[in-house]
Ligand binder design. Structure first.
Ligand code: NDP
Length: 317
């Protein structure tokens, strides 16, 4: 059983590679720079890596770059996509690698006759931002699609990159008859396998690095272990199809601070909200479809604790 994971050195992908190796798969893993130990050492030391992990160099923006990593694979997990907010040129830094990169990877999949299914790591970013109000009585589900115009107006460039990339993936898959499934998680947290700090784990670190206030924001959250597991289930379960939203709970930042305070009473945490507006409301995200992949969410309190412990262990706290 041979599969490919793109962007294998990343936060979610590292967990995916770990889980695939533990389930006995041979993994062809694409990384941008196979010679950088920060990007590869944690993968090469995973159980089973010596025997069944193979690294390939590939870049999202280079056409045909993924051909050799994907050739001979039955399953492809496309996770590679830039995830950060501090960008100068959103088109070049986020949108092009997300959209062109996705099409590049999917194109390599159509060239390899071995490929049976592609699991694409999309995001709740591609689901929830269609301009409809998000309030406690609203349940977001897989029928929702974010609206690129809403993303542009609000300058949510990462959200736009994921929205356009998923849309391009579905159009390409339909046209070429490729079997794809998307996993759409919200903010992913839990232990880090890689030595570097990724954006969503940094979101937890930001509460405990001495900030006096928390921003008036509301996000969905989910465990990286559940997200990795869902990717594999979406590949292995023949009837899996379409998109899968993944949110254990939507919480306002004030509620995350409360959980952190209960877990770590001695930690210095932000005391108040950064503005005096009413709190941005929470909303619901349907858990119906993800159940069919056998996912029973790890409680957020557990994932938050695991994130903090991991950030301590890696020296970020
Ligand atoms: P990371 O930043 O840890 O991983 C991103 C990966 O994408 C890295 O391996 C990175 O490679 C790779 N990448 C970026 N640009 C390129 C490029 N031009 N060519 C090749 N590879 C590239 O983030 P996450 O693990 O969090 O994200 C993985 C996926 O999950 C992304 O698609 C993201 O949009 C999605 N996602 C993440 C969520 C989260 O909260 N973490 C929530 C929902 C979706 P390198 O290491 O070389 O930089």
């Amino acid at each position: 059983k041979v599969v490919c994971v793109t962007g294998a050195s990343g936060y979610i992908a590292s967990w995916l590679v770990k889980s695939l190796l533990s389930r006995g798969y041979t993994v062809k893993a694409s990384v941008r720079d196979p010679s950088d130990p920060k990007k590869t050492q944690h993968l090469l030391s995973l159980d089973g890596a010596k025997e069944r992990l193979h690294l390939f160099k590939a870049d999202l923006l280079e056409e045909g770059s993924f051909d050799s990593a994907i050739d001979g694979c039955e399953g492809v997990f496309h996770t590679a996509s830039p995830f950060y907010h501090d960008v100068k040129d959103p088109q070049a830094e986020l949108i092009d690698p997300a959209v062109k990169g996705t099409l590049n990877v999917l194109n390599s999949c159509t060239k390899a006759s071995s490929v049976k299914r592609v699991v694409v790591t999309s995001s709740m970013a591609a689901v929830a931002y269609n301009g409809k109000p998000l309030t406690p009585d609203v349940t977001v589900d897989e029928t929702w699609f974010s609206d690129p115009e809403v993303c542009k107006t609000s300058k949510m460039w990462y959200v736009l990159s994921k929205t356009l990339a998923e849309d391009a993936a579905w159009k390409f898959a339909k046209e070429k008859g490729l079997d794809i499934v998307t996993i759409n998680p919200a903010m992913v947290i839990g232990p880090l396998l890689q030595p570097t700090l990724n954006t969503s784990a940094a979101a937890i670190l930001n509460f405990i690095n001495g900030a006096k206030t928390f921003s008036n924001s509301t996000f969905g959250w989910v465990s990286v272990k559940d997200v990795a597991n869902a990717h594999i289930q979406a590949y292995e379960i023949p009837s899996a199809n379409g998109r899968y939203c993944m949110v254990e709970r939507v919480l306002h930042h004030s509620e995350i601070v409360n959980i952190l305070r209960q877990l770590y009473p001695n930690l210095q945490l932000p005391e108040s909200c950064a503005d005096e507006n009413p709190y941005v409301p929470t909303y619901q995200v349907s858990k119906e479809k993800i159940k069919s992949l056998g996912i029973d969410y790890i409680p957020l309190e557990v994932s938050i604790k695991e994130t903090v412990e991991s950030l301590k262990e890696k020296g970020f706290i």
